[in-house]
Write a protein that binds this ligand. Structure first.
Ligand SMILES: [Zn+2]
Length: 272
């Protein structure tokens, strides 16, 4: 699943290729994504117009045109690529074609993504209840500490809840909890302010590191020759159940928390 760093890399990858280019046509081959694609509306708003800014809110990309916004989410398996090729691959559902021949192509095998239109993102049903950006100024240990008082939910669920903070998926939650020595099943309300400071810093650090590493993937991505790959990073616990901990050599265990596999080191990560 594309996580926040992949979405940020996608933003940085597509932006320089399409900003302020005149849109000549929009081809929708498959309109049943998670919600139906409002084809007519998107054509009416965008053809002969251009995108003047691209931003991100959580894992939603916001492509701005005349103070209105195309909202794109990559869902479970979606990707965007810049291409000039007419040759289609399976699941290439939508093309936004620009006057100079550039195409922004959306591919989504599982069709859990979305293409929607809004004139007010802060009031849109998908965006209005989102928590702060992990890389923004409103996210820190004090914030997590205050919000978690009295909460019995496992810490892993707490930091993966988009009302608490956006864009912390399973990989980053698992890795940040390892890096700060907190067992994923710990109750959110029992973790100290100092521990929350450490956790918030680790979340930010891991996300930034992953975004920085996106640079190499980005070139392939923009050339349109390869699928955008997931970042190969040194994972300490995620996906390593049964293997030995790089820090202490204990065997990495896994628990199911909120339907998700949650890997942890029983020695390095303490229960609160
Ligand atoms: Zn360990």
């Amino acid at each position: 699943m594309p996580e926040l760093p992949e979405v940020e890399t996608t933003l940085r990858g597509i932006q320089p290729h399409i900003l302020n280019l005149k849109i000549s046509s929009i081809i929708v081959r498959q309109s049943s994504l998670r919600w139906p694609v409002p084809e007519k509306l998107i054509r009416k708003k965008l053809i002969s117009n251009s995108f003047n800014n691209i931003t991100r809110r959580g894992k939603y990309l916001l492509l701005e045109s005349s103070n209105e916004f195309l909202i794109i989410h990559l869902g479970m398996s979606g990707s965007l690529r810049i291409t000039e090729e007419q040759n289609l691959r399976k699941h290439d559902h939508i093309d936004i074609c620009f006057e100079d021949g550039t195409i922004l192509r959306y591919c989504d095998p599982r069709r859990f993504g979305c293409f929607l239109w809004t004139n007010n993102p802060s009031d849109h049903f998908l965006l209005k209840n989102l928590g702060p950006e992990p890389l923004g100024n409103n996210f820190n240990g004090q914030y997590l500490f205050s919000l978690s008082r009295g909460k019995k939910v496992p810490i892993k669920n707490f930091i993966m809840n988009s009302h608490v903070v956006v864009g912390v998926g399973n990989i980053y939650a698992s890795e940040a909890l390892f890096a700060s020595g907190i067992r994923p099943s710990s109750r959110a309300g029992r973790i100290s302010k100092n521990k929350y400071e450490e956790l918030a810093n680790k979340i930010v650090e891991l996300l930034r590191k992953s975004i920085d590493k996106g640079g190499t993937t980005l070139r392939d991505f923009v050339s349109g020759n390869n699928e955008p790959g997931y970042f190969k990073q040194s994972l300490m616990v995620y996906g390593r159940e049964g293997e030995t901990c790089y820090k202490c050599s204990s065997r990495i265990k896994s628990l199911r928390i909120g339907q998700r596999a949650s890997a942890f080191c029983p020695k390095c990560q303490i229960s609160f």
